[in-house]
Design a protein around this ligand. Structure first.
Ligand code: DGI
Ligand code: FE
Ligand code: FE
Length: 303
């Protein structure tokens, strides 16, 4: 369905306030998509439709969901707020003719989230919270900036504030929301640990004259590791010194020893810490293997 037609239907069915919010979420989703290298059109459409189920009454929502054979938890039965995510998915598919599974699940999970969300689900979830029309939540100024810098930390804070809000008002917390918070809490913690480790590696490499040090976040695109650290050395001595220094400093800080691959006297040596993999190259080999190019879908991290 064309955007114009979607906008027309949304304008007719949603309240004026909800419609303005919808445009804000679509717009913010598009901006976040640019920041995180995601399909902007898809993000815009997901944002546009995320609350399309909102106009249905509690009764109509329950009937629609029952009719489509969708089970409802006691939390959903007790909190009409929670129903519009699932009805939204149905309406997006049936009324607005969306058949993109990524968009549909972004709508479905936009209220509670779930552990390990997809990038589009995170984009819509964050946009829903920070779009310009929102003014009630605490920390909005901070979150509006953070969203573009560190989405995982932003997810963590949004969920934390949401849980706090629900607790203060004695509103039942859906286990899905709690599980989402728990996931981002740990996940963010793990990322912090990786970043600490990367700092130590960076310092060790610099101290031994390695150069052109690059850190690439490959978490979204590979299960090999979360980060690659790539560095160049000029000769075999520098290679040996860099390997020893990284091994020693990380070992001291975390107690870990890396799995290693490659010959120390060759042009490519690898220290694998699981979450972080360090690639040491002689200059000419770095050019030859061109890892940066192969992993160019990853995001470069500034140290
Ligand atoms: O539809 P919006 O207002 O734009 O935003 P939303 O879909 O995130 O819904 C927000 C509402 O949902 C807000 O009042 C808090 C509520 N909510 C989020 N998680 C839970 C929840 N309500 C309950 N009962 N339990 C939850 O876990
Ligand atoms: Fe919503
Ligand atoms: Fe919303």
């Amino acid at each position: 369905m064309e955007h114009e037609e979607i906008l027309k239907i949304l304008k007719e069915t949603l309240s004026e306030k909800r419609y303005a919010h919808t445009l804000g979420v679509a717009d913010t989703s598009e901006k976040l998509a640019i920041a995180y290298d995601f399909d902007q059109k898809k993000a815009y459409l997901a944002g546009l439709l995320h609350d399309c189920g909102k106009y249905l009454s509690r009764e109509d929502s329950i009937n629609l969901l029952k009719d489509r054979g969708i089970e409802l938890s006691s939390y959903e039965m007790g909190n009409p707020q929670l129903l519009h995510a699932k009805t939204g998915e149905i309406l997006a598919r049936e009324k607005f003719k969306v058949n993109d599974g990524e968009i549909l699940s972004a709508i479905r999970y936009h209220t509670t989230g779930h552990p390990k969300m997809t990038l589009l689900e995170e984009i819509v979830f964050i946009a829903d919270y920070i779009e310009p029309g929102r003014d009630k939540a605490p920390n909005l100024d901070k979150l509006r900036k953070l969203a573009y810098r560190d989405k995982d930390l932003c997810m963590h804070y949004i969920l934390k504030d949401t849980l706090e809000y629900l607790k203060n008002r004695n509103i039942a917390i859906d286990p899905a929301t709690q599980m989402t918070y728990d996931y981002y809490n740990v996940h963010h913690g793990e990322k912090m640990e990786s970043k600490e480790k990367i700092k130590i590696i960076y310092e060790a490499l610099s101290a031994k004259k390695s150069f052109d040090i690059k850190v690439i976040d490959i978490e979204e695109i590979s299960s090999i590791a979360d980060y690659f650290v790539i560095a160049s050395v000029s000769n075999e001595n520098q290679m040996l010194a860099a390997i020893d220094e990284v091994d020693e400093k990380v070992g001291k800080a975390t107690g870990e020893s890396p799995k290693s691959e490659g010959q120390k006297n060759s042009g490519w040596y690898l220290l694998d810490y699981g979450d972080v993999v360090v690639h040491l190259f002689r200059e000419e080999d770095r050019e030859f293997y061109d890892l940066e190019h192969i992993w160019s879908d990853g995001k470069e991290v500034e140290i």
